[in-house]
Design a protein around this ligand. Structure first.
Ligand code: NAP
Length: 502
């Protein structure tokens, strides 16, 4: 059934109209009008979230698990309508939206079972030692508690899994934190239908309506007011380095600074070690092509840089160029992202010492794959060559020897992922480079491609700045709940006062 958005904000269970409207810019299908959010909308949503915290923050784990499962059910109940508006707004294919929906509901259900087993509470107990000399020890118990209202900013490239009911929202609700989402202007209708699903789950589970609100964007002051609101206790953000950094700085400048968990950009370098380049260079090049162009290259884990030795580069480069030449035009998520891609391509193409391997015109909202190569010496001399170009663009960095490969690894900024391609004979080289990569990235792969992030117990989707603003955290997987908890120590509290059993 076709979904036609009404364009309003969901604030504490009510759909609220704004005074002015902005128009969505879908890749195809009709454009709709959406209310522009204001600081007043933000204030109403955050105050309701704070009020909701006094019940939701003290709800049982079973109640929250039922709520998360109910949200997943309500999303599934709207499956076709979500896919329809999602594909229209983002230009992503139907299969991608369907897969992402499964990931989103899977995430919600994973968090439900994660909180039920209770390990995330990290309960610790130092029993009282009344006879200890010279000082007796009191009874000490420690447990993780929810922090309060959380602000969530979704990303344009994951309209479901990293957005309104995505990983940040699921983790915060699982922890017991009410959520205020700042809607992404690239997919406001998708945001609205997901918000309606959450609203239905709030009613079914008899939760306080302030537990979830969606304030649509349209103007930058919405997001700024949200992160600066004194009742917001943390921010989950997925998006660009520029946007993330601006909001991170606002969080740090608050009278009460708060943590800003920003998952930002990354170039996800691959190091193709000599033996593997010799024996499987063409195969690795073909695999890279597929990873680099998946979703028009609009993945934060897109492997934008490949480092290979001069003497073994040919088979890899030829296969990559051949594979990329066969990929046609792909629709980008927004006009702005398509423009940023063209600008990024021009910047790389104009850089000293960079040669074009494959390039063709990009027009309007469509992009074709681009491939460039340079030497390690040139790459090391120009920091800009290490910056993300969001889209299907690959840069091959050709090193003279392993020493130069090490230098490239050392010069990297923080990354979400680093990849080693290696054969048995590369083990010693891999051992020498791994300690460098471990200091650079949240996830290290061998003989794989980083696109496709498993939602699981062990996943780390984060890394040193600028991959994220907080290297101790992950935004994917069950560990991501820790961002919205803080440890509290209870000294000599009677059992009746404790928030969880020990
Ligand atoms: P974006 O342009 O930074 O937008 C993200 C959100 O922040 C939007 O709601 C946007 O508002 C808001 N925003 C941006 N700048 C702001 C500012 N100065 N003040 C207030 N609000 C601001 O990012 P995007 O285009 O959605 O996503 C593309 C980028 O995300 C890529 O760089 C990609 O690598 C990265 N990404 C990272 C991950 C990860 O996990 N690390 C995952 C996916 C994507 P508007 O709606 O008004 O634009």
């Amino acid at each position: 059934m076709t979904f036609t958005p009404h364009g309003n904000h969901l604030i504490a269970g009510q759909w609220v109209a704004g005074e002015t409207k902005f128009s969505s810019e879908p890749a195809h299908g009709p454009s709709h009008g959406f209310s522009v959010g204001t600081p007043e909308h933000v204030n109403a949503a955050v105050e309701a979230a704070e009020e909701a915290f006094w019940s939701f923050g003290y709800s049982s784990r079973a109640e929250r698990a039922a709520f998360l499962n109910a949200i997943a059910d309500e999303i599934e109940a709207r499956a076709d309508a979500i896919t329809e508006i999602g594909t229209q707004e983002t230009g992503l294919p139907e299969a991608r939206l369907q897969g992402e929906r499964g990931r989103t509901t899977g995430q919600l259900r994973l968090f439900a079972s994660h909180i039920l087993d209770g390990h995330y509470l990290d309960r610790r107990h130092d029993e009282a030692l009344p006879d200890r000399a010279p000082q007796p020890r009191p009874d000490l118990k420690m447990i993780q508690r929810p922090i309060g209202p959380v602000a969530v900013f979704g990303a344009s490239n994951f309209p479901l899994a990293f957005s309104t009911a995505g990983g940040d929202t699921a983790a915060a609700l699982a922890a017991g934190c009410p959520v205020v989402v700042k809607g992404h202007s690239a997919h406001p209708g998708t945001g609205e239908i997901i918000a309606a699903a959450i609203q239905a789950a709030v009613a079914t589970c008899d939760m306080h309506p302030g537990v979830f609100s969606l304030v649509q964007g349209g103007k930058r002051d919405v997001g700024q007011a949200l992160v600066q609101h004194p009742l917001i206790k943390a921010v989950g953000f997925t998006g660009s380095l520029a946007g993330g950094r601006a909001l991170f700085d606002l969080c740090a400048q608050r009278p009460e600074p708060i943590p800003f968990f920003g998952e930002l950009g990354s170039v996800n370098p691959m190091f193709i070690l000599p033996e593997s380049a010799k024996t499987r260079g063409a195969q690795i090049g073909a695999g890279w092509t597929a990873s680099l162009t998946m979703g028009a290259g609009q993945f934060c884990t897109n492997p934008g840089i490949a480092v290979v030795l001069k003497d073994q580069a040919k088979a890899f480069i030829d296969a990559a160029a051949k594979g990329l030449a066969q990929v046609g035009e792909q629709t980008m998520l927004t006009d702005g992202i398509a423009l940023a891609f063209r600008n990024g391509q021009s910047r790389i193409a104009a850089s000293e010492g960079v040669q074009e391997v494959l390039s063709s015109m990009c027009n309007q909202r469509n992009a074709t794959p681009q491939l460039y190569q340079t030497t390690a010496a040139q790459w090391l001399a120009n920091d800009e060559l290490g910056e993300e170009v969001f889209g299907p663009l690959g840069l091959i960095v050709i090193a003279d020897d392993i020493g130069q490969m090490h230098s490239v690894a050392r010069a990297l900024q923080g990354q979400l992922t680093c990849t080693l391609h290696m054969d048995q004979g590369d083990t010693k080289t891999a051992q020498s480079i791994l300690p460098i990569l471990e200091r650079k990235a949240g996830r290290i792969l061998v003989n794989g491609f980083p696109t496709g992030v498993e939602v699981s117990e062990t996943m780390v989707h984060g890394g040193p700045y600028p991959a994220s603003t907080n290297f101790g955290a992950t935004s994917v997987g069950t560990l991501s709940i820790r961002r919205f908890l803080r440890p509290v120590c209870y000294q000599n509290l009677p059992t009746a006062l404790l928030p969880e059993s020990f």
